[in-house]
Design a protein around this ligand. Sequence first.
Ligand SMILES: N=c1c2ncn([C@@H]3O[C@H](COP(=O)(O)OP(=O)(O)OP(=O)(O)O)[C@@H](O)[C@H]3O)c2ncn1[C@@H]1O[C@H](COP(=O)(O)O)[C@@H](O)[C@H]1O
Length: 97
Amino acid sequence: MKDIEMIEELWTTINDRADHPSPDSYVSSVLTHRKGIDKSLEKFGEEATEFILAVKNGVDQRTIEEGADVLFHFMIALRAAGIEFEEILTELAARRK
Ligand SMILES: N=c1c2ncn([C@@H]3O[C@H](COP(=O)(O)OP(=O)(O)OP(=O)(O)O)[C@@H](O)[C@H]3O)c2ncn1[C@@H]1O[C@H](COP(=O)(O)O)[C@@H](O)[C@H]1O
């Protein structure tokens, strides 16, 4: 599977978990949390901090795992904020030199 297709599939899954919450779903648990959008923002902040600390300790497999956590929780926060992933890609594309 191409990397971009994997990201697209994950975005579709996140939206599906948001639209059809399931008790077994981690994504649903964040998006339906009593704290509302604050839960996804809190998780994104935590994962970003963990990534920074991991990099400061030297790049290794753990750094990769923390990086994946940051991207995953960023995508959940986007959904919570009502922002389409496509909008981020469009903005990045507009900045191309
Ligand atoms: N990529 C991930 C992914 N990365 C991390 N995690 C989960 O994210 C959680 C974060 O770990 P933490 O240690 O921060 O969490 P915690 O302390 O248990 O949680 P909090 O109480 O702090 O929220 C763990 O439970 C991991 O299992 C993920 N859960 C799901 N996915 C993807 O999301 C899809 C949908 O998952 P579900 O919503 O669970 O169906 C899956 O098919 C995967 O592709």
